[in-house]
Design a binder for this molecule. Structure first.
Ligand code: GRF
Length: 202
């Protein structure tokens, strides 16, 4: 039986697209059952609609308190009964209620080698620091900013003449397949977590 994935996006959705393409093969072992976003009118949602998937939007600004947004997002995700919640370029910190419900099975992808350069401007900050190697990290989500247990990482060299756009593009070329491979393995093989160490397989 295929694992049920709910994917959350905030932008272009190239990681979502890579996942949708992989899910077309039943042997992948997972299927996207819904896509949610924190803002309307983004390419990520358009990709989901083109794939015929249900979508939902939960905007922070629709709620007087952030806790209201947290509750609404939790409810919208819960409706689709996910085995895994997958953050694919979702640019919001999840609330306590969400993590209470889904914190044991929420995965994020980040465009740097954590714990270096957490946060929303990882590519820009890696360039500004002058590192020669950066990369991407797939990790479980906890209450911090990109601080959860690491599941998989891959390195990407920084080239002379790189700017934020070219470097991020080359990171995504590595990130998209790592993300797909890692989510698929978690879905098919399960995992254990002990002292921050993640082992895929039961
Ligand atoms: C990815 O590089 C992800 O790591 C970062 O934002 C980017 C989202 O890209 N958080 P996309 O929307 O999947 O194309």
């Amino acid at each position: 039986m295929s694992a049920r994935l709910v994917v959350l996006v905030s932008g272009a959705g190239t990681n979502l697209q890579a996942l949708l393409d992989a899910c077309a093969d039943p042997a992948y072992g997972a299927k996207v059952v819904a896509v949610g976003a924190d803002r309307p009118a983004i390419e990520g949602l358009a990709r989901a609609r083109r794939a015929g998937l249900p979508t939902f939007v939960a905007q922070v600004t629709d709620h007087p308190e952030r806790s209201g947004w947290d509750a609404a997002l939790t409810e919208a995700v819960a409706e689709h009964e996910p085995d895994l919640v997958v953050l694919a370029g979702f640019m919001k910190i999840l609330g306590a209620r969400f993590l209470d419900r889904f914190g044991d099975r929420t995965v994020n992808t980040h465009p740097a080698l954590l714990p270096a350069f957490p946060g929303a401007h990882a590519v820009r900050e890696a360039l500004a620091y002058g590192v020669r190697v950066t990369g991407c990290t797939v990790h479980f989500v906890d209450g911090g900013v990109d601080t959860g247990p690491v599941i998989a990482q891959r390195a990407v060299p920084v080239l002379d003449g790189d700017d934020e756009e070219t470097l991020h593009m080359r990171i995504k070329e590595v990130e998209n397949p790592l993300f797909v491979e890692t989510v698929g393995r978690l879905a098919r093989e399960g995992w254990t977590l002990s002292d921050r160490r993640v082992r895929i397989g039961r």
